[in-house]
Each structure stands twice: as structure tokens, then as C-alpha cells.
Ligand binder design. Structure first.
Ligand code: COA
Length: 194
């Protein structure tokens, strides 16, 4: 039950689920599309990469676990709690882009991403983040998108800035990684930002 509040929701319930999760084109021939079960091996392989394991704590251990995760992601779209896209080029999965933790009352969501090693350094993450932001702050009717990354993750900081996410500050000791707690940079992009 949604307890009565004094302000109308920024994104009325049901706004996002009037249609299927969209497929989004991005610069450089990228296509962001909902995950398909056939992507499970690519996702499993991505989570073997040391850099992805360094900055993400999820540890899928089998194709079956990835398929369960995909099912959870499909429910998240239906329940308006989040959305996750396979970032693809020429049909192959080159990355992942996520909008999570929807707060429809305030019109806010958080972003996360990774790119497979072979596709890095070519604008995939920043291009995909720009594409998902344009959709979320446009047709998605959200007002503010945020992301955080370890202060040690310089490449992720660069991705955020390149996609128009301004640095807002440092959340001290905010996230647990495999090697302990990290300070996290908070970035955000608000509707109307350049
Ligand atoms: C971070 C990551 C998503 C970047 O993906 P990508 O597609 O290579 O990103 P882009 O090509 O759009 O941009 C990367 C930028 O970071 C810069 N960069 C990369 N490594 C860097 C480093 N070690 N120090 C400083 N800048 C770095 C690149 O030069 C580029 O900036 P530029 O275009 O101004 O030169 C990718 O490296 C990755 O998946 N890493 C492991 C998982 C991860 O860190 N996820 C984010 C968690 S918050």
C-alpha cells in the first residue's frame, strides 16, 4: 500500500509499464535491449573478468543462476522497480546498463554499468549511459539519475562525467568491496542538465 503523501508522484504508477521495456539505439552502432536467455553464457563470462569482479560484488556461478537473475529483472520492469539492458554491438553483448532502485515519488533512479574487456576504451559505457539517460529523463519521465563509484575507479568517474553526471560529493566508507570499504563518489544528472 502506498501511504498518502502531500505531493503527487513524479512518475505515476503504471507510467513505465504501459509498454514493454524499450530497446534503445546508442552512438557507435550500439543497441541496448532487454536481456534474452541466450545471453546467459556472455554474462557468466563477463563476471569472470578481474576488473568486473573488482568493482562489482555479484558472483553468478552457473547459467541457471543467470537465468534466475534475468527472470528477476523482467519482474523488476513489471513492478517498476528497475530496468536492465544488454548493451550489444552487431548482436554481441559488449556490456550491461542498469537503472535500479526506482523512486517514483521523487522521480529518481540509480545507474550502474560494466563493459567486457575487449570492448573497453571505445566509448561504449559513456555512449550507453547517455542513451539510457536520454530515455529515462525523457519518455521515462524520471527527473534525476544518480550513480556512485569507488573513488579508486577512475575510469568509471570519467564515464560519469562524459555522460553528463556531475560530481556531487564523496560518500565516506559507503560501499563494501572484496578488499574492504570504499569511499564512493556520488554523481547525478538532472532533467534539463546539458
Ligand atoms: C569503467 C568501464 C565501464 C568503462 O567502460 P568503457 O566503455 O571503456 O568506457 P568509455 O570508453 O566510455 O570511457 C572510459 C574513459 O575512462 C578513461 N579511462 C579508462 N581507464 C582509465 C584509467 N585507469 N584512468 C583514467 N582514465 C581511464 C578512458 O580514457 C575514457 O575517457 P576518455 O574518453 O576521456 O579518454 C569499464 O572499464 C569496466 O567495465 N570496468 C570494470 C567494471 C566497472 O568498473 N564498472 C563500473 C563500476 S562503478
Amino acid at each position: 500500500m502506498r501511504f498518502p503523501v502531500s505531493t503527487p508522484p513524479a512518475v505515476p504508477a503504471g507510467t513505465l509499464t504501459t509498454g514493454p521495456q524499450p530497446t534503445l539505439p546508442a552512438e557507435g552502432g550500439l543497441v541496448l535491449r532487454p536481456w534474452a536467455d541466450g545471453d546467459a553464457p556472455a554474462v557468466l563470462a563477463a563476471y569472470q573478468d578481474p576488473e568486473i569482479r573488482r568493482w562489482h560484488t555479484r558472483r553468478p556461478a552457473s547459467p541457471e543462476q543467470v537465468l534466475q537473475w534475468f527472470a528477476h529483472l523482467r519482474r523488476s520492469w513489471q513492478e517498476e522497480t528497475g530496468a536492465s539492458w544488454a548493451v550489444t554491438r552487431d548482436g554481441a553483448v559488449v556490456g550491461r546498463m542498469v537503472l535500479g532502485g526506482f523512486n517514483l515519488d521523487d522521480g529518481e533512479a540509480g545507474c550502474a554499468y560494466w563493459v567486457v574487456p575487449a570492448a573497453r576504451g571505445a566509448g561504449v559505457a559513456s555512449g550507453a549511459l547517455r542513451a539510457v539517460s536520454a530515455w529515462a529523463l525523457g519518455d521515462g519521465r524520471l527527473h534525476r539519475l544518480w550513480l556512485d563509484h569507488s573513488t579508486g575507479n577512475v575510469a568509471s568517474c570519467r564515464v560519469a562525467v562524459k555522460a553528463g553526471f556531475r560530481l556531487e560529493g564523496t560518500k565516506r566508507s559507503a560501499a563494501v568491496h572484496d578488499d574492504g570499504r570504499h569511499d564512493m563518489h556520488l554523481h547525478a544528472r538532472v532533467r534539463g542538465d546539458a
